[in-house]
Design a protein. Structure first.
Lengths: 369, 297
């Protein structure tokens, strides 16, 4: 593995983790698409800041872009607050307009400089190691690693300091207000983090894939965990894993690193969607099956209890009769009887079913419930 | 302006942009009313892998196979969004964001993979990303007109069902309509509206075309029929205006100009539409000696 490859993987991993942290709250707060809006409209911030500063490398571009991200949030909310359009439409109206203005400005005035819409949208991680962070002639490593490292640090510190506030404001906004910290302040704090992270990240992976890194790992973690702290940790882990696996997939296919990272993140989500131990489709189906069998056994013991010790019991409580009495198919009846016997709920002699003590208890309880 | 009647290329582009405006305006009315404005965003991004795969499989950059690929991928994307919302606790916004970005990522991966192969000619794919109205050919416009025409005819045939779906799907269910199937049908039409615009406006900005005309039209009327017609009109206006402005030659890309034209229509509608216009709010509150209800009676 060459040094450049190591550096790319480090940048990819730091970027993915930095995105996953605010992303977890976006998913929980149902604001996932704000990341889409912000990551597109920051282009306008970069362009405007570029006109002021005149160079591409300046840190002011990052500031301008982050401010534009916040302006996007304000515009969306102002538009939604007029009640003339829904919140979803407000998002869908604001960011394409800002993005269009940015593209037009670039085409008209900045076509010949290094402000390339392709690069902004798609990013190119493979070139990131070429931009070095040099102080007094010492090469301290790729610039993107420093930028994203700083942003990651900022996110970690912010998360540690305001964890409780974020948690309460996310799960119970009314309680947050009652406890005295403003949900609005928390909201804008989070949105600032999203903006800054998006600005730093889209340099590396492009604006659409910022969305992938902010949404896919937290969404996957959300299917795997019920605790906020676990979910955030898992998000970071899944993000980091997507970064490394994505790099090698891209290497193997000779394709875009960012695209491959998003693909891996999507595959991981798909796996969780199907196989999550509690919430996956397979687990859901299996649970439904089990409930079906349990319900049938319950019906069986209640039926037996109902006719127990009565003259017709000899007739009613026979396997052959269940098909008629409970309207069950033959195979199904055999399966239910078999399962109930294995659980020790009933015993069978010459096709006649009788409740065991356990079975009778069980029937009484489910009858009472 | 007279170029429109003499310049062949401009006429083709303006016609294409107008058609895309009409179709996305009609279907956009429903997405706005159903608060699914961002579905278009997801569909247009999700279309990318379909476009690339169609290109890899057929090797042609004719627009029809690429449009079919785009439509299929976009359609699968919408079904996945539905499946995620139904079977997990992830909400609509999360599912849309997930499908949008992951599909786009897959598309990007395939696109760069296809470009890295020595035999691949990548021409024709870039225009779907950013839109390249100037490259529209007569055949492209004919394809757009046929697909769009079919979509609009289907809206006409299922008018009552779509109306129920938009305003009271529960009532529709009680009446015995299969609302789930109707939902899928309407979404399919939205997919068509979006894929026929991708070549002109591009993946990133196409989503705006199924939001802006509908949102603008909503301000002027409370009747669905009027709204859909107005929305089509606004869409066409935005398309043609954007195409004409960008043809003035001052390096104004077509897709963004169309979206910007649509945005201007939205802003004007929000401000001055009768009853709902924000400007009237101010004058109304200034002269509100009488409460509104008494005026009404």
């Amino acid at each position: 593995m060459s040094e450049a490859q190591l550096e790319i993987q480090a940048i990819a991993m730091v970027t993915a983790v930095a995105c996953a942290l605010p992303g977890a709250f976006l998913v929980l707060r149902r604001m996932a698409l704000m990341s889409d809006a912000i990551s597109h409209s920051i282009l306008l911030g970069i362009v405007l800041a570029f006109f002021v500063v005149g160079t591409v490398g300046s840190p002011l571009l990052i500031v301008g872009a982050a401010v534009m991200g916040l302006i996007t949030v304000v515009l969306v909310e102002a538009l939604a607050n007029t009640k003339r359009v829904g919140k979803d439409a407000a998002i869908g109206l604001v960011f394409p307009a800002l993005f269009s203005i940015a593209v037009i400005l670039i085409a008209r005035f900045a076509d010949d400089v290094h402000l390339d819409v392709d690069a902004v949208l798609l990013g190119e991680l493979a070139f990131a190691p070429f931009e070095r962070f040099v102080v007094n002639g010492y090469d301290l490593g790729p610039r993107a690693l420093w930028v994203m490292g700083a942003i990651l640090g900022l996110n970690v510190v912010g998360l540690a300091l305001f964890y409780k506030e974020l948690k309460v404001a996310t799960f119970d906004a009314a309680l947050a207000a009652a406890l005295g910290f403003s949900p609005i302040l928390v909201h804008y704090g989070l949105m600032s983090a999203v903006s800054i992270t998006a600005v730093g990240a889209f340099d590396a992976v492009g604006s659409v894939l910022v969305v992938a890194l902010m949404i896919a790992p937290p969404a996957t973690a959300y299917l795997l965990s019920d605790r906020l702290s676990h979910m955030i940790g898992l998000s970071a882990l899944i993000g980091g894993a997507s970064a490394i696996a994505g790099f090698w997939l891209a290497h193997w296919l000779d394709a875009s690193i960012a695209g491959s990272m998003a693909t891996i993140a999507g595959v991981l989500f798909g796996l969780a969607f199907l196989f999550s131990p509690d919430r996956g489709l397979v687990a859901q189906r299996r649970r439904r099956q089990r409930q079906r069998w349990e319900f049938a056994q319950e019906m069986l013991v209640v039926h037996l209890l109902h006719h127990e010790d009565l003259p017709e019991a000899d007739e009613e409580n026979r396997v052959a009769h269940l098909q008629e009495g409970l309207r069950w198919e033959g195979d199904f009846t055999d399966e239910v009887v078999g399962r109930a016997r294995r659980r020790g709920l009933i015993s069978m002699r010459d096709g006649l079913l009788t409740l065991t003590d356990v079975g009778r208890d069980h029937a009484r309880r489910s009858f009472a419930a | 302006m007279f170029d429109l009647f003499t310049d062949y290329t401009l006429r083709t582009v303006a016609l294409g942009a107008g058609i895309l405006g009409i179709v996305s305006g009609v279907l956009g009315s429903f997405t706005v009313l159903r608060q699914q404005s961002l579905l278009g965003d997801a569909i247009s991004h999700a279309a990318l892998p379909g476009i690339v795969l169609a290109f890899l499989l057929t090797g042609s950059n004719e627009s029809l196979p690429l449009i079919l690929g785009a439509g299929l991928a976009g359609w699968i994307g919408t079904l996945l969004v539905r499946a995620i919302v139904r079977n997990t606790r992830i909400k609509n916004d999360g599912a849309l964001g997930l499908v949008l970005s992951v599909f786009f990522g897959v598309g990007l991966m395939l696109l760069t993979y296809s470009q890295s192969r020595p035999d691949a000619s990548q021409a024709g794919l870039d225009k779907f990303l950013f839109g390249q109205a100037a490259a529209l050919l007569r055949n492209d416009v004919i394809t757009m007109a046929i697909l769009g025409g079919v979509a609009i005819v289907v809206v006409g045939l299922f008018w009552k069902e779509f109306k129920l779906l938009s305003f009271d799907p529960e009532f529709g269910r009680v009446l015995g309509f299969r609302m789930g199937a109707i939902d899928v049908l309407l979404t399919t039409l939205v997919v068509i509206a979006i894929v026929i615009g991708l070549q002109t406006v591009g993946v990133v900005l196409m989503s705006a075309m199924v939001v802006a005309p509908g949102a603008a039209a909503r301000q002027w009327t409370d009747r669905l029929g009027v709204m859909v017609c107005l929305s089509a009109l606004f869409g066409a206006l935005a398309g043609v205006t954007g195409a004409l402005l960008s043809s003035t030659g001052a390096r104004l890309p077509t897709g963004p100009m169309i979206v910007l034209s649509a945005s201007v229509i939205v802003v004007v509608s929000l401000l001055v539409a009768p009853n709902r216009g924000l400007l009237w709010d101010r004058t109304r509150s200034r002269s509100s000696a009488l409460p509104a209800e008494e005026v009404a009676s």
